[in-house]
Write a protein of this length. Structure first.
Length: 82
């Protein structure tokens, strides 16, 4: 499971054998959340949350949105999409 980004103590992961739509798993602090990336035009959207506070989720979403183009590229690279 490639870590494609770090947000402080959190890891942003894309699983190689995962399903569409493009999404990332954010893990750390004993919590996990899954965000749909919305590639290429929509903003990242929370799909599942296991333990993060609303405030922490908002900060994560902002960080994902700021790096969305690169994250979408990583999803495509890992899944062999051209």
């Amino acid at each position: 499971m490639p870590t494609v980004m770090r947000l402080g103590g959190l890891r942003v992961v894309i699983y190689p054998n995962d399903h569409r739509p493009a999404h990332v798993h954010v893990m750390g602090e004993g919590c996990e959340a899954v965000f749909k990336l919305g590639c290429p035009e929509a903003v990242p959207e929370l799909r599942e949350n296991f333990g993060f506070s609303r405030q922490r989720l908002a900060a994560i979403e902002l960080a994902l949105h700021a790096d969305q183009v690169r994250l979408c590229g990583e999803w495509e690279r890992i899944h062999g999409i051209e």
